[in-house]
Design a protein around this ligand. Structure first.
Ligand code: PLP
Length: 371
């Protein structure tokens, strides 16, 4: 599909409609199928998606849930995290990662990140470990793998579990393995703008551990077992059939979409390198959910781009310390503050760049030269 701009002046930073439009016929056919099935929650579409996504990542189990936030909370519950236990996580992420920890009564310990990917710093994790620590939740930020080898060493040494937050890294790899398959659980969001997204809320947990999987299948559905008996506290975090059907339509194309993201990240780097020393690193296995560059006077830079027809985003404008609810859980996070203050995300959605890459990159080059 050729992208037509509604507002002729501005190329958006992201527009999930474009991807759904590519799959429109298949999505409508799948929706018809769901409508006719008479089964709207946790039916065949969900089962098929769970099977296909587990196979895609290479794990034994996938448990489809209602959101990426619930996926983290439920995983923490399943590994036995209790109220007031400490869970160490990163200071550069969507606030949802921290909300998920607080939602089960655990205490988030929010630590600094490290260049060049700005994922959680293993050194900062090490310093933050106490006898209350139970888990580490690294986020594979913008499609880059966190330093899992170092984190695993710490986890082993201090008997901690790793829950990988893969909300931004569907299909990315680390040392040849798909992200999400390395920690005890991997959690995913299918928010519409993600590398794999549905047309509402959706999430999933993957794991190889049968005991944890069994708990999760119960927890997402009130705590119910196969015989209809409530065997634990649970919640309603079920995936509906329409969302699963939409994910089933797109899953086989995820790798192609990711390849195009890699292509555009590399193309940006080649074209912009003369004018910016702070471009995202090209790392094998990454899937470029975002493409953030560092600039001086970011607000001015964004306004200039917008005036020239290119919209941008910031990931994330508020450090965790700025959120009143999170401030008291933050360690010293100077690198995260630098990221929040100085980085801006350029468009990286393949459907947008397939049509507008030259226009976007020329505008960015022009603005960078004059900036
Ligand atoms: C890193 C990260 N974790 C968790 C979430 C939460 O996902 P959801 O919005 O599906 O609850 C997001 C979504 O933006 C995210 O980017």
């Amino acid at each position: 599909m050729k992208y037509k701009r509604e507002n002729k002046q501005v190329i958006p930073a992201a527009d999930p409609r474009l991807r759904f439009d590519v799959f429109r016929k298949a999505i409508l056919a799948a929706s018809d199928r769901v409508l006719d099935s008479g089964s709207y929650i946790l039916g065949e579409e969900v089962k098929n998606f769970e099977k296909a996504f587990a196979a895609y990542i290479g794990t034994s189990y996938c448990i489809a849930v209602n959101s990426g936030t619930d996926a983290i909370s439920l995983s923490l519950l399943a590994i036995g995290v209790k109220p007031n236990d400490e869970v160490i996580t990163t200071s550069v992420t969507a606030p949802a990662t921290v909300c998920a920890i607080l939602n089960i009564g655990a205490t988030p310990v929010i630590v600094d990140v490290a260049s060049p990917t700005y994922c959680i710093s293993p050194e900062a994790v090490k310093v933050a470990i106490t006898n209350k620590s139970k888990a580490i939740v690294p986020v594979h930020l913008h499609g880059y793998a966190a330093s899992l080898q170092e984190l695993e060493q710490l986890a082993q040494k201090y008997s901690l579990h790793i829950i990988e937050d893969c909300a931004q890294s569907h299909g990315a790899r680390y040392q040849g393995k798909k992200l999400g398959s390395i920690g005890i659980c991997g959690t995913f969001s299918f928010y519409p703008t993600k590398n794999l997204g549905c047309m509402g809320d959706g999430g999933a947990i993957i794991t190889d551990d049968p005991v944890i999987a069994k708990k999760l299948f119960a927890f997402r559905n009130y705590g119910i077992n196969k015989d209809g008996l409530i065997i634990s506290n649970g919640m309603n975090s079920r995936m509906d059939e329409l969302q699963a059907a939409i994910l089933n339509v797109q899953l086989s194309d995820l790798d192609n979409y990711n390849k195009r993201r890699v292509f555009y990240a590399k193309a940006y780097n080649v074209r912009l390198k003369e004018y910016s020393a702070n471009l995202p690193p090209i790392i094998d296995g990454s899937v470029y959910h975002q493409y953030p560059i560092r600039v001086e006077n970011r607000d001015e830079f964004r306004i200039k781009l917008l005036k020239s027809g290119v919209a941008t985003n910031i990931h994330y404008a508020h450090t965790m310390k700025h959120h009143p609810q999170f401030e008291k859980y933050c360690k010293n996070i100077p690198v995260a503050e630098y990221v929040a203050d100085q980085f801006v995300s350029l468009p990286i959605q393949p459907e947008i760049l397939d049509v507008h890459f030259e226009e976007v990159v020329n505008v960015v080059l022009q603005v960078l030269k004059e900036h």
